[in-house]
Design a binder for this molecule. Structure first.
Ligand code: PLP
Length: 373
C-alpha cells in the first residue's frame, strides 16, 4: 500500500513578495506583446508618434498641459533643474528623507541641496520649516510626494519655482489637483516597481507652462532645435518608443490598480489599528495612491523585519539613511533632522500591490503582530 507522508507544516504557505509584477503582466500580456511587435516591425525606436501619443494621454491623466517623456525619474529631476537654470552657487530646498536622486541631481549640477526635516505624519517635507531655509540663492523648492501622498502644496508659495518630485505619486491628488500639475514642473519615474511601471527605465516631466515645455523638449535632445543647432547644453534624456508604447497600454488600467492599492491599505488599517504599528495617515484633501504602504514602530522594527523575512514575507526599509546622513553629503555638515532620522530608524514597507488577496494581507498583518511579540 502506498503511504503518503504529509509534512507537519502542510499546507506550506506561499511566500508573499514585497512586489509581484507577474499577475499584472498576465492580464495585459496580449496587448503588450502586440504593441511591442508593432514597434519592432516599424523599426522606429527613438521618440516619434508612440511617444507623442503617450505624452498626450499622460498629460491629460496628470491634468497638466504638457508631458515630455524622458529616460528615467532621475533624469526628469535633472532636466527640470537644468531648464530652470540651476547651477553652481545655487541652492535647492529638498526634504531630508527621500530616495537619493532628489538631492543627487542638485549636487550633480554643482548646486547645494538644502535639507528640511519632514513631518512624521505623512513623511513629507515639513512646510512650516521651509521659509527659514530660503536664501537669496534659493533657485527651486523640491517637495517629494513620498510613498504616494502629496506634500502640502498650499503652503509652498514663496515666489520660488516648485519642482514636484512625483516619482512615487502618479495619480495622487491634493485638493482635486493631480501630482505634477501644481508646481512649475512635475517629475515622474516609471521604474518597473512604480505604480505605473515601464519594462526598463523611463520617466516624464509635466508642466502647464508653454515656454518651459518647449525648453524641456529641446533639453531632452542636447538643447537642439533644429537638428544640429544647439541653443543650450542639454543631454540625451530621451524615452524609448518601446517604453512609451508599453506605458500607453498600462495607463488606462492605472485607476483600477490604484483602487486595488487603496483597498489593500484599508484592509491593513482595519487589521493593524490599535496595535503597536503606526499606520499611514491619508491627510484631509489628499488622495493617497499607496505606491508603498509604510508603517512605523517606535521599537522593534528590525525584529519585525527579521520575522517577516523568515516567514517568507517581503518587506523593505525606504530608506535606512536620511539624505544628510549619506556619506557623499558629509561635506555639507548640515546637522540633525530628528523626524527624518526617526523615519529611517522606525519605518518598514510591506506588500501593497493591487493583486494581493485579503488572505495574504491577513497573513502579513498576523506575522507583523507575531514579530512584535
Ligand atoms: C522619490 C524618488 N525620486 C526620484 C526617483 C528616481 O527615479 P528613477 O529610478 O526612475 O531614476 C525615485 C525612484 O526610485 C524616487 O522614488
Amino acid at each position: 500500500m502506498l503511504s503518503v507522508v504529509i509534512p507537519v507544516d502542510y499546507p506550506r504557505k506561499m511566500p508573499i513578495p514585497l512586489l509581484d509584477l507577474k499577475p499584472q503582466y498576465a492580464k495585459i500580456r496580449g496587448e503588450i506583446l502586440r504593441v511591442t511587435e508593432e514597434v519592432y516591425d516599424s523599426q522606429a525606436f527613438i521618440l516619434g508618434t508612440r511617444v507623442e501619443a503617450f505624452e498626450r494621454d499622460f498629460a491629460a491623466y496628470c491634468r497638466s498641459k504638457h508631458a515630455v517623456g524622458v529616460s528615467s525619474g532621475t533624469d526628469a529631476l535633472l532636466i527640470a533643474l537644468m531648464v530652470l537654470g540651476v547651477g553652481p552657487g545655487d541652492e535647492v530646498i529638498v526634504p531630508a528623507y527621500s530616495f537619493f536622486a532628489t538631492a543627487g541631481v542638485v549636487a550633480r549640477l554643482g548646486a547645494t541641496p538644502v535639507f528640511v526635516d519632514i513631518d512624521l505624519t505623512d513623511y513629507n517635507i515639513d512646510v512650516t520649516e521651509i521659509e527659514k531655509h530660503i536664501s537669496r540663492r534659493t533657485k527651486a523648492i523640491m517637495p517629494v510626494h513620498l510613498f504616494g501622498q502629496c506634500a502640502d502644496m498650499n503652503r509652498m508659495d514663496f515666489g520660488i519655482p516648485i519642482v514636484e518630485d512625483a516619482a512615487q505619486a502618479v495619480g495622487a491628488e491634493f485638493e482635486g489637483k493631480r501630482a505634477g500639475s501644481m508646481g512649475a514642473i512635475g517629475c515622474f519615474s516609471f521604474f518597473p516597481s512604480k505604480n505605473l511601471g515601464a519594462f526598463g527605465d523611463a520617466g516624464a516631466v509635466t508642466t502647464n507652462d508653454d515656454a518651459l515645455a518647449a525648453k524641456l523638449i529641446d533639453f531632452r535632445v542636447h538643447g537642439m532645435r533644429p537638428k544640429y543647432f544647439h541653443h543650450y547644453v542639454g543631454g540625451n534624456f530621451r524615452i524609448d518608443a518601446l517604453q512609451a508604447a508599453i506605458l500607453h497600454v498600462k495607463l488606462p488600467y492605472l485607476d483600477t490598480w490604484t483602487e486595488g492599492r487603496r483597498r489593500n491599505a484599508a484592509i491593513y488599517n482595519e487589521l493593524l489599528s490599535g496595535g503597536q504599528a503606526i499606520l499611514p495617515v491619508q491627510l484631509p484633501g489628499r488622495k493617497h495612491i499607496y505606491n508603498q504602504y509604510v508603517i512605523r514602530f517606535k521599537e522593534g522594527r528590525d525584529r519585525v523585519m527579521a520575522h517577516l523575512k523568515s516567514a517568507g514575507i517581503g518587506c523593505e526599509i525606504y530608506y535606512p539613511r536620511t539624505l544628510p546622513q549619506q556619506e557623499c553629503f558629509s561635506y555639507l555638515k548640515c546637522g540633525r533632522f530628528p523626524n527624518a532620522e526617526a523615519a529611517a530608524e522606525q519605518s518598514l514597507a510591506v506588500p501593497i500591490y493591487p493583486e494581493l488577496t485579503r488572505e495574504q494581507i491577513e497573513e502579513v498583518a498576523r506575522e507583523i503582530k507575531r514579530g512584535l511579540k
